[in-house]
Design a protein around this ligand. Sequence first.
Ligand SMILES: NC(=O)c1ccc[n+]([C@@H]2O[C@H](COP(=O)([O-])OP(=O)(O)OC[C@H]3O[C@@H](n4cnc5c(N)ncnc54)[C@H](O)[C@@H]3O)[C@@H](O)[C@H]2O)c1
Length: 142
Amino acid sequence: MRIFFQLQKEKIDYRFAKNVIVTGGAGYIGSHACKALRNAGYRPITVDNLSTGWADAVKFGPLERVDLLDRDKLDQIFKKYQPYAVMHFAAFSQVGESVDNPAKYWRNNVVGSLNLFEVCEEHGAWILFFLRPVQLMAITTM
Ligand SMILES: NC(=O)c1ccc[n+]([C@@H]2O[C@H](COP(=O)([O-])OP(=O)(O)OC[C@H]3O[C@@H](n4cnc5c(N)ncnc54)[C@H](O)[C@@H]3O)[C@@H](O)[C@H]2O)c1
């Protein structure tokens, strides 16, 4: 069975694979998502500002060092790769810090996500959203 799956993988021609943008692809969850996408025959494009992620963790497709707060740059990336879909993992995720410094989380996680949604809509890409609700909880206390 294992050999069968290995053979199936070898048949994939990645030159023709659909691009999937993975925001936060240099982070813990996003880097595993990139591996899974690659194994499923997609080409993961990591979009990450490396604020908490690692370039060395990006092994299954290109890395674009972009901050989601930079909407113009985000737009350029979408034009360049014309992604089929987007998986969104880029966020600050420390619960304690989000309570101590909610504005930092509001700006990064909410404004960054909003930029991404708008660019996805403009370029007609599907989006899957993986932020934990707890990351947005601090916002309600502002
Ligand atoms: N780690 C877990 O167990 C877990 C469980 C459930 C959900 N999640 C959620 O998954 C997401 C990722 O978590 P993680 O543990 O991989 O965190 P992580 O810190 O390892 O990864 C987040 C990545 O996002 C990048 N990033 C942050 N802000 C950015 C911005 N403005 N622009 C571009 N890149 C930016 C960071 O550089 C980093 O590489 C979070 O939303 C988290 O809440 C994580």
